[in-house]
Design a binder for this molecule. Structure first.
Ligand code: ACO
Length: 206
């Protein structure tokens, strides 16, 4: 299996590094504007411009984190697509991804996350530590289901969304594209408009 190159040397990058090491994957280097970013001994290769001279061999994982906006991760995804560089998918050793689920290219599934049967996760998503994606749920591309969040059965989360830490989305609910669900929110009904939703039950605040 070819080595990985990470794009992003921040906290999420280090969490992905741990996940990669847990499965025996080799991270050959990382890309970041900051050559001094602490990636625990992983070599710094250069900044985003390095991608344009990347040779065939490694697979790439976008390891920039995402909270309120998917813009940076989407830009990097577009850059990799334009350069026809292969995307990796990372699944931590303690995560469970059901054999009857689908996981898009470029996703990172971190420790103790669960993606259950029939779930469908789009490209370039983060399924963070301890997140639960229940059976038949759909997660749109470039979304982040944060630490300990629960996306229940048959739920549909749009593209470019955040489901914040410990938020719960009730079964069968549909969430539009570009929605930020705050930490701890409980989404009890469909969310049809983009914006930020918080609280129990979740209400739009911006
Ligand atoms: C490994 C990792 O670290 S993964 C990290 C995952 N991160 C998260 O899950 C964090 C998710 N982010 C949040 O919950 C944020 O608070 C957001 C995105 C919902 C709102 O952030 P902002 O847009 O900056 O809003 P801001 O902080 O100004 O708050 C706006 C109002 O909503 C309230 N509010 C903010 N977040 C929440 C929340 N999670 N639940 C309830 N109320 C909230 C604020 O108290 C404030 O209320 P006020 O107007 O009465 O004072």
């Amino acid at each position: 299996m070819s080595a990985l190159v990470f794009i992003g040397g921040g906290g999420h990058g280090r969490a992905c590094l741990e996940a990669a090491r847990s499965t025996g994957l080799i991270v050959a280097g990382f890309i970041d504007r900051d050559s001094q970013a602490d990636m625990q001994g992983t070599p710094w290769l250069g900044d985003d411009d390095w991608l344009s001279q990347a040779t065939e061999g490694p697979r790439f994982l976008i390891t920039v984190g995402q909270v309120k906006s998917a813009a940076v991760r989407m830009r990097l995804y577009g850059q990799l697509q334009a350069l026809q560089l292969p995307l990796a998918t990372l699944i931590a050793s303690s995560a469970v991804v059901a054999s009857l689920s689908r996981l898009g290219k470029g996703c990172a599934v971190l420790h103790h996350a669960l993606i259950n049967a029939g779930a469908d996760v789009g490209v370039n998503c983060i399924i963070n530590s301890g997140a639960l994606i229940e059976h038949d749920a759909v997660i749109g591309a470039h979304s982040h289901v944060a630490t300990g969040a629960i996306v229940n059965g048959g739920t549909r989360i749009g593209s470019r969304c955040l489901v914040g830490s410990r938020a719960v989305v009730l079964q069968g609910v549909t969430v539009a594209d570009d929605v930020v669900i705050g930490a701890g929110a409980v989404v009890t009904a469909d969310v049809n408009e983009a914006g930020t939703w918080v609280g129990v039950p979740a209400r739009r605040v911006s």
